[in-house]
Design a protein around this ligand. Structure first.
Ligand SMILES: Nc1nc2c(c(=O)[nH]1)N[C@H]1C(S)=C(S)[C@@H](COP(=O)(O)OP(=O)(O)OC[C@H]3O[C@@H](n4cnc5c(=O)[nH]c(N)nc54)[C@H](O)[C@@H]3O)O[C@H]1N2
Ligand SMILES: Nc1nc2c(c(=O)[nH]1)N[C@H]1C(S)=C(S)[C@@H](COP(=O)(O)OP(=O)(O)OC[C@H]3O[C@@H](n4cnc5c(=O)[nH]c(N)nc54)[C@H](O)[C@@H]3O)O[C@H]1N2
Ligand code: SF4
Ligand SMILES: [Mo]
Length: 811
């Protein structure tokens, strides 16, 4: 093969040629060090090439659902995509219907720009110039570098980047801590661990200080509610599956006729005519709203005092821990008798939140008097610079009104969901105990040995001993596109003496893939056998037994196949430990058998495999978070140090006193309001007056499916702007604008709409970054992460990707 720069047009031609050849190229012929134990090859089904068949498959991207697909196959090509046909239109027996993205699966599988061959980089990192190489050369290069880096720096220098492209297949899942790659690395001495996610770093870290965990009632339990209050929760766009939360919400409300109030800077699809009231709020200010509602409730005697006395710590002086200073309790904070001396009146909150004083008063009375009231938040609130405080503040509203642990109520956290059981591939123990926050991986490359526990949230050690030298990236676009401050990451990765080896395993030439040193073409999950459990599907759980719809085309290979071959190159013992002598199919049989041992009511393997899908309902009906605690707190204490709900947390007081934090990064024992950095009161607003949030968009799952033309046409990438702002900036619908701040610039058309409040802008996150990185670095695709900061949130060291300040100009 001659030297070739990666070229989509060339690729497209090859694709067409091979497609017309039917079965095309068979799986690569790989010579292994020991042939007897050669890893399984994906050649099954070659004999059936001409057959007409329907295959159960799964849409396995990380949208929080996982919908079954039924792929119609002819001549080894998918020609039609259907979805679940088991069940009917009756709630409880409903079909798990795929959304518009899953139904575009044929266009994704057959996309002319798919990766077909292993490649090595021949240009600069990020330039996108690659040369086709053999699998042998690719895997040898990876194994040699891995051996060298582990020998020279130790296993702590190897990192598995957070990647969510494949959510939850038993064999194919891409979770950085729970995948074929983590198993491989654990067979070879381990890897630098991580904690948190891009999804919910702040809430997952903060909520347990209040409740000991981060649970919410199931959405179906809204059938028992009088009032639903959604803070930045948008299931109509983020839980879109036919079995998804959006359907459960609609059905449950049909039963209870519960009123619904949506608090969100955007008029979301979840509101969109189904809400009773939309209350637009400035991003990052929910804690101010809650504080003012608390002020009204306290003054009008509307709080559930018996609940606060019996179940909580730190509401007033009665339950304040002895270690706390005088007047450090919540009530004093609200009434202005605490440290800051400010009464959190509705007038005070009105100028912060942009919600009128009278609305706040009315809302407080309404929420306090409608019991049970389901107070729920999505994860947009916490993906901010003050997210840890804000998410606990929303929980405070549920606590003040005593709605915790009861049917029809909620804890204030996001809804919980029931998941059918299936054991994933065991990953074995990681001998390395050091962990970094997911969001700080670029810091761990650039200044790894400066990172400490008290400043950067390193866990397991006081400080990192080596920087990251080897980066695995399997099914993720978090090297650049999905991580903050793309321009900074680009700069860090240019220095090849820092991170010495980057391996990307992908289906497409994404922006992140361009930074690979070795780039491997993966099979899609529709092209191999796996077992995938449901995720956000309310109280209906299910398992999808997917089969390969087509044989592997070109030189694409499965992740188990790839990692087995790398294991073989690391040593015979590593290979044996990694595979345990099982093929992918044998692993699935084994994992199902193990699952069934614990759940004997589940059918035989062959039976479910034939059926393609297995559904089971939550035996509890509705899940109610902290129900046992509510009923019997003595015998069912929470997992907090006191066993109670900790409104005042002594552990947070300790962290606040001992960690190294700057002025804008606040950790506090109480769920107070603080604007955080890039917030409403940041001095930067003089130059960058707009707050910008990046919502999760229905046209894509993050960046997955972003390259599908049908979806681009249905859901164009636009900058949402209120008509008042548009008038001030002399902009009309469709005008091209530049959106910029001190970090970067992107360009896209403006959508002038009253569905966003004045002063706030929004764009869907996940559009594919498109910029000349050796030129002006201006993005031309509306890719928000050229504007987001790498500065982490205070407690979780998480991604504050919705806390952005920008300016806009007409082009
Ligand atoms: N500004 C901003 N940034 C954000 C967010 C935000 O709200 N705002 N959200 C954050 C959140 S919550 C998350 S979870 C992350 C998600 O970020 P990612 O985990 O990067 O998710 P995706 O963008 O979907 O990228 C997944 C990649 O996996 C690839 N992929 C899909 N299927 C397969 C497969 O079968 N095999 C292989 N090898 N690859 C596959 C896709 O082609 C895609 O490139 O983004 C975060 N980034
Ligand atoms: N279609 C689609 N579905 C998805 C995904 C996707 O990319 N596409 N991603 C999936 C993943 S991995 C995740 S983590 C989840 C993410 O789910 P979320 O994090 O809940 O989604 P977001 O859109 O970031 O935020 C939800 C809402 O919060 C609002 N919001 C933002 N800031 C604030 C604030 O300060 N206060 C209030 N009150 N509201 C605010 C936003 O306008 C938005 O409507 O979605 C999942 N589902
Ligand atoms: S993107 Fe999500 S909701 Fe849509 S089909 Fe796929 S799994 Fe289902
Ligand atoms: Mo996420």
């Amino acid at each position: 093969m001659g030297e070739s720069v990666f070229n989509p047009t060339l690729n497209r031609r090859k694709f067409l040629q091979s497609a017309s050849l039917g079965a095309a190229v068979a799986a690569a012929d790989i010579s292994l060090p020991f042939n007897a134990m050669a890893a399984p090859k994906e050649t099954e089904g070659v004999a059936q090439v001409k057959e007409n068949k329907k295959v159960w498959a799964v849409c396995s991207v990380n949208c929080g659902s996982r919908c079954p697909l039924r792929l119609h196959v002819r001549n080894n090509e998918v020609y039609r995509v259907e979805t679940d046909n088991i069940g009917d239109d009756q709630y409880g027996n409903h079909q798990i219907r795929a959304c518009l993205r899953g139904r575009a699966m044929r266009r994704r599988m057959n996309h002319p720009d798919r990766l077909n061959y292993p490649m090595k980089r021949i240009g600069k990192r990020g330039e996108g110039k690659f040369k086709r190489i053999s699998w042998d050369e690719a895997l040898d290069t990876i194994a040699d570098n891995l051996k060298r880096i582990v020998r020279d720096y130790g296993n702590e220098a190897v990192y598995l980047n957070y990647c969510s492209g494949i959510a939850a297949g038993s064999m194919t899942r891409s979770s950085a801590v729970n995948s074929c790659l983590s198993r491989l690395m654990n067979c070879y001495g381990g890897f630098l661990n991580q904690y948190g996610t891009y999804s919910r770093a702040q809430i997952a870290r903060a909520m347990p200080f209040t409740y000991g965990s981060n649970m919410g009632n199931s959405t179906s339990d809204i059938a028992n509610s009088k009032l639903v209050v959604y803070f930045g929760n948008n299931p109509a766009e983020t839980r879109m599956s036919g079995a998804g939360i959006t359907y459960h919400l609609e059905q449950a409300r049909e039963r209870s006729r519960a009123k619904m109030i949506v608090i969100d800077p955007r008029y979301t699809d979840t509101a969109a005519g189904r809400e009773d009231e939309w209350i637009p709020i400035r991003p990052g200010t929910d804690a101010a709203l809650v504080s003012a509602m608390a002020y009204v409730m306290i003054n009008e005697n509307l709080v559930d005092q018996a609940f606060l006395d019996k179940y909580c710590i730190g509401y007033d002086e009665k339950t304040l821990p002895p270690s706390a200073p005088k007047n450090a309790h919540y009530k004093a904070y609200i009434l202005g008798q605490g440290e800051d001396g400010i009464a959190k009146t509705p007038a005070w909150a009105a100028q912060i939140t942009a919600i009128p004083e009278q609305t706040i008063i009315r809302l407080a009375r309404e929420i306090a008097s409608a019991k049970p009231c389901c107070i729920t938040q999505g994860w947009g609130i916490q993906r901010q610079s003050n997210g840890e405080l804000a998410c606990r503040a929303v929980a405070m509203l549920a606590i003040l009104t005593g709605n915790v642990g009861i049917n029809g109520g909620n804890s204030g956290a996001r809804e919980s969901t029931f998941t059918a059981p299936i054991k994933p591939l065991p990953i074995l123990d990681n001998p390395v105990k050091t962990k970094i926050p997911v969001f700080l991986w670029t810091d761990a490359i650039e200044r790894g040995t400066e990172m400490t526990a008290l400043k950067d949230g390193v866990q397991g050690k006081d400080k990192l001993e080596v920087p990251i030298k080897f980066l695995w990236n399997y099914a993720g676009n978090t090297i650049t596109n999905q991580h903050s401050d793309i321009n900074r990451t680009h700069r860090i990765l240019q220095d090849e003496s820092k991170c010495e080896m980057i391996v990307v395993i992908e289906n497409f030439m994404t922006d992140s893939a361009k930074y690979a040193d070795i780039l491997l073409p993966d099979l899609m999950t529709t092209e191999q056998e796996d077992i995938t459990p449901n995720h956000y599907a309310g109280n209906m759980g299910y398992l999808i037994f997917s089969q390969a719809a087509t044989t592997p085309k070109f030189e694409r290979r499965s992740i188990y196949d790839i990692t087995s071959d790398i294991a073989a190159r690391l040593g015979r013992d590593i290979y044996d430990k990694f595979t345990e002598g099982r093929t992918q199919q044998e692993w699935l049989q084994y994992l199902y058998a193990q699952t069934r041992e614990k759940n004997p009511f589940m059918p035989e393997y062959e039976e479910v495999k034939k059926a393609g899908i297995y559904k089971m309902k939550d035996p509890q009906g509705h899940y109610v978070a902290y129900k046992e605690f509510r009923e019997d707190p003595e015998n069912h204490p929470l997992k907090t140090p006191s066993g109670k709900i900790e409104i005042y947390s002594e552990r947070l007081a300790q962290i606040a006193a001992s960690w190294e934090l700057d002025q804008q990064s606040v950790v506090h024992p109480l769920p107070i309001y603080h604007a955080g950095f890039n917030g409403v009161d940041d001095p930067k607003r003089d130059s960058y007056p707009f707050q910008l949030i990046g919502f999760h968009h229905k046209g894509r799952t993050h960046s997955s499916y972003a390259n599908i033309d049908w979806l681009q046409a249905a859901c164009p990438q636009e900058l949402w702007m209120n008509p008042i702002d548009a008038q001030n900036y002399h902009l009309k619908d469709g005008d091209m604008v530049r959106v910029f701040n001190e970090i970067g610039e992107t360009r896209l058309p403006v959508k002038v709409t009253p569905r966003i409040m004045p002063g706030v802008l929004a764009m869907g996150q996940g559009a594919w970054h498109k910029a000349n990185m050796w030129g002006d670095r201006v993005d031309h695709a509306g890719s928000i992460n050229v504007l987001t900061t790498q500065r982490p949130s205070p407690l979780a060291k998480g991604n504050p990707q919705h806390s952005n300040l920008v300016q806009v100009e007409k082009l």
